[in-house]
Write a protein that binds this ligand. Structure first.
Ligand code: AVJ
Length: 323
């Protein structure tokens, strides 16, 4: 496609309500109760996450940006591609560091932001278009766990999956995702994967339970999303924000813990849930990697680790992997 913005949709608005209904029915009907973290990100949740990225305790975004400031040119030199695909809306400064470096290699033709939220996707696409004249931008509205096959192929592509979001997936889902991506990768493609690294548990927990309570509001917001979109009556203050380090699985768990016995009705699903005091809803895992384990996961999915960069403190890593 020539310069300009094109939008491809693989999820439609009414998909959202049926997907949320399915996730709430399967996740909340019986203990152990869980909800997928993708439902955090309504408009308010997106703003809360932006606020989280600026918190002193939440180091991952700063660290990843530092790596890109130091090494975007090295990354572009190692993978002189014509297409940058970003899983995630591409609205961040980090994307521009990559685009600048890839543009400077002279090979960049196309930017493909891929995200489930069409609004943030198109606004990011338009902003990038304004700053990178001549670039063609193809915004793909889809779910990275379901629509990878819709990604444009051909040419040389750098697929960036930044922020550590792969850590939200359980090991089996990570393997499925990395394998699906590998299945449609060809010679000349590369994967740039952002991963948070294992470290002092106190520092990890603080990053997910900040003193200002922004992460608590982000976590509780999922209940507001369900109240609004499925006509439910969660008492937001009836659930406490919990962040714990699960050392056995090497991931942070965010939970919402019932502060008392309470019945919640989800009218759109004709579902009533009796929570007992102290009972948890698991709302997110955020895996923290060790380099050897990450290399093994990449290899098991058919990827080879070509290069790795970390921030000066070694808190976060960007890995360049090739088929
Ligand atoms: C956007 C998924 C990478 O797991 O660190 C931030 C989301 N959760 N604070 C993460 C999040 C709580 C974040 N990711």
């Amino acid at each position: 496609a020539g310069p300009g913005l094109t939008v491809q949709r693989h999820v439609r608005e009414n998909d959202r309500i049926s997907a949320l209904s399915r996730d709430v029915l399967t996740g909340l009907s019986s203990p152990p109760r869980t909800l997928p973290p993708k439902w955090f990100y309504d408009a308010h949740g997106g703003l809360l996450f932006e606020e989280i990225t600026r918190l002193p305790e939440y180091y991952p975004t700063r660290c990843e940006r530092a790596i890109l400031e130091l090494h975007a040119a090295d990354i572009a030199a190692a993978s002189p591609v014509d297409t940058l695909i970003e899983l995630g809306s591409g609205s961040s400064a980090k994307t521009r560091l990559l685009l600048d470096a890839l543009r400077d290699t002279g090979t960049l033709r196309r930017f493909v932001p891929f995200d489930v939220d069409e609004t943030s996707l198109t606004s990011a696409g338009e902003a990038i278009l304004a700053d990178y004249p001549g670039l063609s931008v193809l915004a793909v509205v889809g779910d990275f766990e379901r629509h990878l096959a819709q990604l444009p192929t051909g040419g040389r592509r750098l697929i960036a999956f930044l922020g550590g979001t792969i850590g939200n997936l359980h090991p089996a889902a990570r393997h499925k995702f990395l394998t699906a991506l590998r299945d449609q990768a060809g010679p000349g493609d590369a994967l740039l994967l952002g991963t948070d690294l294992a470290k002092d548990p106190d520092r990890l927990v603080a990053a997910y339970d900040d003193g200002a309570g922004v992460t608590a509001a982000f976590n509780r917001n999922i209940l507001t999303v369900i109240n609004r979109e499925l006509d439910a009556d969660f008492d937001i203050r009836g659930f406490a924000h919990i962040a714990v380090w699960n050392a056995a699985d090497s991931w942070i768990e965010m939970r919402l813990r019932a502060v008392r016995d309470q019945r919640v009705t989800i009218r759109a699903l004709k579902l009533s849930i009796d929570f007992t005091r102290g009972e948890d809803v698991l709302t997110e895992i955020s895996a923290k990697f060790v380099p050897a384990g990450l290399d093994a996961e990449l290899q098991q999915a058919g990827w080879a680790c070509a290069a790795r960069w970390t921030d000066p403190d070694g808190a976060f890593a960007l890995t360049l992997a090739t088929p």
